[in-house]
Write a protein that binds this ligand. Structure first.
Ligand SMILES: [Zn+2]
Ligand SMILES: [Zn+2]
Length: 449
């Protein structure tokens, strides 16, 4: 019989206080920019010597069941970028990894702090693919520190490394492929496909370029840990002051100086809209103030805005100008969309847009309600078609199994597959595998597990 010892309580509380994953410290650049949460997670997997995808599926999804449905191959390759952003993924992943590592500061490795000021799905916030500065990676390797990607690299407008003045890369030097956001290999410095080192590049000599935007983005990332809060109120109050000082309270004039549409500032000041990231940066750079200060305190000093700064910034995001619809066109397009709603064949907004030579985003901007209904109808129809197809495939399998039973042929997998192949089907399909297994159990060919 085990007798309780005086230190047993301490051991028990020590065991309970242990975190499930290592309490890994996060990395910073020399300028104090923290790494992104994605980079932190990849290094965490490396410390545990497991594949990052496996760690997500087995440990993170175990902690938050909601994640299990998100963690598909597509998510790992294309959709995991927003982990560093300011939306739902950033919140869920930072909270979960905080919990697993017993930390409380991993939200600082995302842009969540900027949520009050920036729109969640704002234009040009996050990069479409993982990007890196090969010389930074090389320096990290030489220093012997683990390879990491600063949070600022996740921002789409960040294009040039402020230390080495080289363009960030987004394709592997070996296989020329874009990198998956969450690779199956736990090293952010190696290609997720061919394994080649991503710092393995000969960089051409570079000329100093203007990196104002990159420096402003670094300030955003660096201040994610600052105790001061950013708010739309501070931003609006500073915009009002700048307009009063430099445009005699004339909002439209101020916007024209910046190279924006006349009503841009009015949307923030009167309608409570949030500024896009390019507009926010353009304003901070043009007025010579720090972007974090612009949103976290009342400033009383602004330079006269450099003219057309906003327009130049917009060109960085490569956003096509939104087409302007005349009244006659407006009616025509509206008629087309509403008639389409009563048609039998459900078309996508994209297909309809092609007919009138407008992009999907433009249609959704001008006709949000009808476009919403069209998309909803398309989704419903697609779902219905998919369920009819599943019923058909099940029917084929059931008739194959029925025929085999009539001719007293045992339903071996190989035999069933041979007959299914004539219909272009195979037991590899999950829904067919399920029906097949149930058949085997019901007819006593296998024991239920
Ligand atoms: Zn660099
Ligand atoms: Zn490669």
């Amino acid at each position: 019989m085990y007798e309780e010892l005086p230190w047993d309580d301490d051991i028990r509380s020590f065991r309970e206080s242990r975190s499930r994953l290592f309490r890994l410290e996060f990395m910073r650049t020399e300028d104090g920019v923290p790494e992104g949460l994605r980079s932190y997670f990849l290094r965490l997997s490396r410390e545990h010597m497991v594949s990052p995808r496996r760690l997500m599926k087995k440990v993170l999804a175990d902690e938050v069941p909601e994640l299990a449905s998100i963690l598909s191959n597509r998510f790992f390759v294309k959709d995991a970028g927003p982990i560093d952003g300011l939306g739902k993924y950033a919140r869920i992943f930072s909270e979960t990894i905080n919990q697993l590592t017993s930390r409380d500061d991993l939200q600082d490795l995302t842009l969540l702090k900027w949520m009050p000021v920036l729109p969640k799905n704002g234009e040009g916030i996050l990069a479409r693919y993982p990007r890196w500065c090969p010389i930074c990676y090389l320096e990290q390797r030489i220093k012997g520190v683990s390879t990491f990607a600063p949070l600022s690299w996740s921002l789409r407008l960040y294009q040039t490394c402020t230390k080495h003045f080289v363009q960030l890369l987004e394709r592997c030097p070996g296989c020329s492929r874009h990198q998956p956001f969450i690779s199956s290999f736990p090293n952010i410095g190696r290609c997720g496909y061919c394994g080649r080192s991503l710092s393995d590049v000969v960089c051409a000599d570079t000329l100093p370029v203007n990196v104002d935007v990159e420096l402003a983005l670094e300030s955003m990332a660096r201040n994610s840990q600052s105790p001061a809060k950013v708010s739309l109120e501070y931003f609006c109050s500073n915009v009002r002051t700048a307009i009063a000082v430099h445009a005699q309270d004339n909002k439209a004039l101020f916007c024209r100086q910046m190279g924006w549409d006349n009503w841009t500032a009015n949307a923030w000041l009167s309608k409570g809209h949030k500024p896009s990231l390019p507009s926010l940066l353009a304003l901070a750079i043009a007025c010579g103030v720090d972007v974090f200060d612009l949103c976290s305190q009342n400033l009383d000093f602004f330079y006269r805005p450099a003219t057309q700064c906003g327009a130049r910034m917009r060109s960085r995001v490569c956003r096509a100008p939104r087409p302007f619809l005349r009244h006659t066109n407006w009616d025509e397009v509206f008629d087309l969309l509403t008639t389409e709603l009563h048609h039998n064949s459900a078309k996508t907004v994209n297909e309809l847009g092609r007919r009138v030579r407008l992009r999907r985003s433009a249609l959704k901007y001008w006709f949000p309600e009808v476009c919403g209904q069209i998309s909803e109808r398309y989704r419903k129809q697609k779902k219905m078609t998919a369920s009819i197809a599943i019923d058909y495939r099940r029917g084929v399998l059931e008739s194959v199994l029925g025929s085999l039973a009539v001719h007293r042929v045992p339903p071996f997998r190989r035999v069933v597959d041979k007959f299914l192949k004539q219909h272009g089907l195979a037991l590899a399909r999950p829904e067919l595998a399920k029906v097949y297994y149930q058949y085997l159990v019901v007819h006593g060919f296998v024991e239920p597990t």
